[in-house]
Design a protein around this ligand. Sequence first.
Ligand code: CO
Length: 143
Amino acid sequence: MKKPLLDHIGIAVDDLDAAVDIYRKLGFEVDSIEEVPGFGVRVAFLPMGEGNVELVQPVAADSAMARFLEKRGPGFHHLCFRVDDIRAELAGLAEAGVQVVDAEPREGAHGTLVAFLHPKSTGGVLIELAQVDSPKSKIQNRE
Ligand code: CO
């Protein structure tokens, strides 16, 4: 991978509106709130420096996020790095012995293409990769 750029820090929450209120007290503003059907979650993006805080609340009881909250409770969930070509990155990482959760990228928030790496092969941290300039992405030119 070339020099990683942090796109967001993902935080698991059980009440998105209450979590947004907490971050507003810290000076954050909400950029967008949307549902991501493929993951069974509702997310809020709050810009921070070059990146964002992503608050993630499950809306589907059978989602991975619902299972995470049940097991671990609210708190830190994942780091997300931006990549230019997610398929090339996944192929390179798999070749380097990194276990990927999504061999094929999935549609994430704002039409980005995303894939997760398995925490077992990343020292216990769930890492998401996001290609933000995918054709349906709305944040490709955001600075
Ligand atoms: Co994320």
